[in-house]
Write a protein that binds this ligand. Structure first.
Ligand code: AMP
Ligand code: GLY
Length: 419
């Protein structure tokens, strides 16, 4: 069969690579993809993610059996609705269900209605009211722009002054445009973070192995929030009971609640959780695979990803097996300055593929047959190991041998689990 993947980052690179490896699959297309994917036999399609009519035409002309959507923006633009209306198979939530990621207020309302554990919150449009609420509550407190902000619309304020500054920025300064015109203020949750993803088909929930992302830009969780600087899977310090509880109290009620509310979810549901003393609590939902979590989680999948998605689309029971021992760990290499302003066109070292390590590309372009950087997060190096130390060592040993001028990476991905 032929598969089309929508997206262009490291997440889409690993998803498409898994499809390429399936004996069921002939050709994997990726729109628009990136030139780093070509080494893995992924065919790039020069159509923009938001050009649904051309993507639909391409899928028809190239006998694409089904399409897989990586990022949130096309989902919220209704790409699934449009493909379905054209009679094409596509895996991902419709626009009405993708709102679980597209609006924090939508997600909070769902959680309150179905008693899904999350931080207490209040939504504000008005700066003065929000300011009074924060003064009453005290710090630490968390301020979130309501809409999409690529992981950067969240301020964990250590002081009331910092919280008020963030509110002023979003509600009066229009810093996040539309997505900050509405702000969610929520209680600070203390505990370790983990990402729990699942394949979901309406009421049915098939959880994946958990991962931990590293959202802050610099070592020891310092610096600004980013899209994610590295991840590993599984997460040994999160006990199985905590994960089982999260499936029971978060994923299942969310899937069932959305069916009840007439916006049933089929696709990848991602819960960002904090393991608090009172059990797992949600800090965010995403309507898609996480980046960089996917680059490590999918290494742990023993079953054929293309077969799982085919079965889900065909209303069959999927067979999903995860590896028993070992770990996968991935480190993101980003452009100096990211997540602020950064330079483009940095030349990148060559990597030869090996059994031990893999490279997934994101913000890259090709100039004179050479890959150079074009984005903030440029590539991720991933390795598996029998222990987490082993996986971590393989990644950092490889990175140390490479020329990384103009770029940076965190040196402590996975270290929290090793303390
Ligand atoms: P989000 O984009 O909602 O995942 O938030 C970005 C980051 O801010 C998260 O990964 C957490 O580290 C932090 N964060 C968000 N909400 C909370 C909260 N209620 N309590 C503590 N930390 C939070
Ligand atoms: N790594 C977090 C995300 O994909 O939203």
């Amino acid at each position: 069969m032929n598969i089309l993947v929508i997206g262009s980052g490291g997440r889409e690179h690993v998803i498409a690579q898994k499809f390429v490896q399936s004996p069921l699959v002939e050709t994997v297309y990726c729109a628009k993809g990136n030139p780093g994917m070509k080494q893995d036999d992924i065919h790039l399609v020069a159509i923009e993610e938001d050009n649904h009519p051309e993507l639909i035409q391409f899928a028809k002309e190239h006998h694409v059996d089904w399409t897989f959507v990586g990022p949130e923006v096309p989902l919220l633009n209704g790409i699934v609705d449009d493909f379905e209306a054209a009679g094409l198979k596509i895996f991902g939530p419709r626009k009405s269900a993708a709102m679980i990621e597209g609006s924090k207020d939508f997600a909070k309302t769902l959680m309150n209605k179905y008693s899904i554990p999350t931080a207490r919150h209040q939504t504000f449009f008005d700066f003065k009211q929000a300011k009074e609420y924060v003064q009453q509550k005290g710090a630490p407190i968390v301020i979130k722009a309501d809409g999409l902000a690529a992981g950067k619309g969240v301020i964990v304020a250590e002081s009331v002054e910092q919280a008020i500054e963030a509110l002023e920025d979003m509600l009066e300064g229009n810093r996040f445009g539309e997505s900050g015109a509405k702000v969610v203020v929520e209680d600070f949750l203390a505990g370790e973070e983990f990402s729990l993803l699942a394949f979901v088909r309406e009421q049915e929930v098939y959880p994946m192995t958990v991962a931990q992302d590293h959202k802050r830009a610099y070592d020891n969780d310092l610096g600004p929030n980013t899209g994610g600087m590295g991840a590993y899977s599984p997460v040994p310090q999160i006990p199985k009971e905590m994960i089982d509880e999260a499936v029971r109290t978060v994923l299942i009620p969310a899937a069932k609640g959305m069916v009840k509310d007439g916006c049933s979810f089929t696709g990848i549901l991602y819960a960002g959780l904090i393991a608090t003393d009172e059990g797992p609590k949600v800090i965010e939902f995403n309507a898609r695979f996480g980046d960089p979590e996917t680059q490590v989680v999918l290494q742990r999948l023993e079953s054929d990803l293309a077969e799982i998605i085919t079965d889900l689309l065909d209303e069959k029971q999927p067979s999903i097996k995860w590896k028993e021992g070992g770990f996968s760990l991935g480190v993101v290499v980003a452009a100096d300055g990211y997540p602020g302003e950064y330079q483009k066109g940095v030349s990148l070292p060559a990597f030869s593929s090996s059994d031990e390590t893999r490279v997934y590309y994101a913000g890259v372009e090709e100039i004179d047959n050479k890959l150079v950087s074009s984005g903030g997060r440029i590539y991720l190096v991933e390795a598996e190991g029998t222990t987490l130390e082993d996986a971590q060592k393989k990644v950092y040993d490889l990175l140390e041998t490479k020329e990384t001028t103009g770029t940076f990476y965190r040196n402590d991905i996975g270290s929290k689990a090793l303390k």
